[in-house]
Write a protein of this length. Sequence first.
Lengths: 117, 111
Amino acid sequence: EAGVAQSPRYKIIEKRQSVAFWCNPISGHATLYWYQQILGQGPKLLIQFQNNGVVDDSQLPKDRFSAERLKGVDSTLKIQPAKLEDSAVYLCASSRVSGLRGHYEQYFGPGTRLTVT
Amino acid sequence: AQSVSQHNHHVILSEAASLELGCNYSYGGTVNLFWYVQYPGQHLQLLLKYFSGDPLVKGIKGFEAEFIKSKFSFNLRKPSVQWSDTAEYFCAVTVNNDMRFGAGTRLTVKP
């Protein structure tokens, strides 16, 4: 089974520029997640999609971050404009939800390391 | 505030030593518990998970974890570590399909 694909793997931009990340989940996985992992911290959920609908975006800084999953498969996460504090690894994960209590595990992609200078 | 706490930021062990990494959470109600591992240069991988049933769960590569509900804990253990276990370990808790991670524990195993 192919894993979660992400691109690019690395990106360096200047502050106030915009950037976009792409994710292709495991085939058949209905749920897709974007996480931000700042150095020395655990991943923090930014947004969760179920098919092409947003389930949770409570921790997404909506003034500068946006994400979409138009066809319920791959997804893009955009930052515009970027700030220095956005430097982090952006992880995409997917899962197949089963059961009433969400008995699932998430499969993670390799991440995109963003450096904002 | 609701959180997931990993007690140790960095653990250094010699090969064959026993390992225990602590994880405590502060969420009430029904939770699902996970340990993920991130080897150097690789992506996060699932080590083991607990949903229900036997509170002692076994994962890959000889790891196990015990869910103690009364202590809100889900500590990770391995009787004898190897150099190849050098990695970052993350405890995670899901509540209502929302996964929260601890800050991670970096394990260094000296050969």
